[in-house]
Design a protein. Structure first.
Length: 95
């Protein structure tokens, strides 16, 4: 796919970047190369390829679900500006 000067100017305006007139030809070629590579990748038949979440078949080690800290809720509730029924009260920020 090839891009002309008008396409590059439009892309630059949408991206809010300034591109010099002397750079449009090179940029057009480079973006065209990228789009051609994407087209080539999309042409590959992946019908029999199994999707994978992790290419290394790694399994994440999980730690034991154990309590590691003491309950300090009462202490934090005492120093909070406002609380009610064990909840922290905060100013409304969304109307």
């Amino acid at each position: 796919m090839s891009l002309d000067k008008n396409d590059i100017t439009k892309l630059a305006r949408l991206a809010r970047i300034n591109i010099a007139e002397t750079e449009t030809a090179e940029l057009s070629q480079r973006i065209g190369d990228i789009l051609n590579m994407v087209d080539a990748m999309q042409a590959v038949d992946t019908a029999h390829v199994v999707p994978m979440a992790n290419p290394h078949d790694a399994v994440q080690r999980l730690r034991a679900d154990e309590i590691s800290e003491t309950d300090q809720r009462e202490h934090f509730q005492k120093i909070a500006p406002q609380t009610a029924d064990g909840l922290y009260l905060v100013p409304q920020v969304i109307e």
